[in-house]
Ligand binder design. Sequence first.
Ligand SMILES: CC(C)(COP(=O)(O)OP(=O)(O)OC[C@H]1O[C@@H](n2cnc3c(N)ncnc32)[C@H](O)[C@@H]1OP(=O)(O)O)[C@@H](O)C(=O)NCCC(=O)NCCS
Length: 157
Amino acid sequence: MTDKDSVRIDPLTTEHLDEIVVIERESFSDPWTRGMFESELDAAVHGYARGAIQGRNLIGYILAVFIPDEAHIGNLAVHPAERRHGVAQTLLDELVRDAAQAGVRRVTLEVRQSNQAARKFYYKNGFIDIAIRKNYYRSPVEDAIVMYRVLPGDPSV
Ligand SMILES: CC(C)(COP(=O)(O)OP(=O)(O)OC[C@H]1O[C@@H](n2cnc3c(N)ncnc32)[C@H](O)[C@@H]1OP(=O)(O)O)[C@@H](O)C(=O)NCCC(=O)NCCS
């Protein structure tokens, strides 16, 4: 069981790739490949990639791009054995804090329409549905819901 207080958030590096790939395959029917993660971790200029570490183990991760006043979350997953202990919450809180400091005012993401766990997680965190991307996903084909959250300080709202 995860003790939330013992989880720390660190930058993801290529040293985490083996653990990332295991969590990814357990988490998605259409997982990102190892090569996709390698590319993301290389894109240091705009990329944001953080891992939740407990002891010596990676138990979750979040990847995003800041473009530049919007943060787009590309991936978020927590090891199945470590879910419902606040790990994703800790990862998102850290991203929001870092994003706000970097001048980001909006956070967006896509999620499978049927992914109720993730959608509930994002609703709890103030995200709303703003669009549908038809047949966005493969394996299986499914629509994506585009979700959106405004961060404090956006002068346009
Ligand atoms: C979605 C996911 C990242 C959530 O991770 P997590 O660490 O279990 O989430 P947390 O424990 O931080 O949850 C925080 C809150 O979100 C909501 N939530 C999270 N998982 C939920 C679920 N399965 N059902 C309903 N609400 C859920 C709850 O309100 C929860 O608070 P609570 O446990 O006090 O009720 C995780 O289920 C996962 O990795 N799923 C597979 C990958 C995925 O779908 N990623 C998102 C792609 S967009």
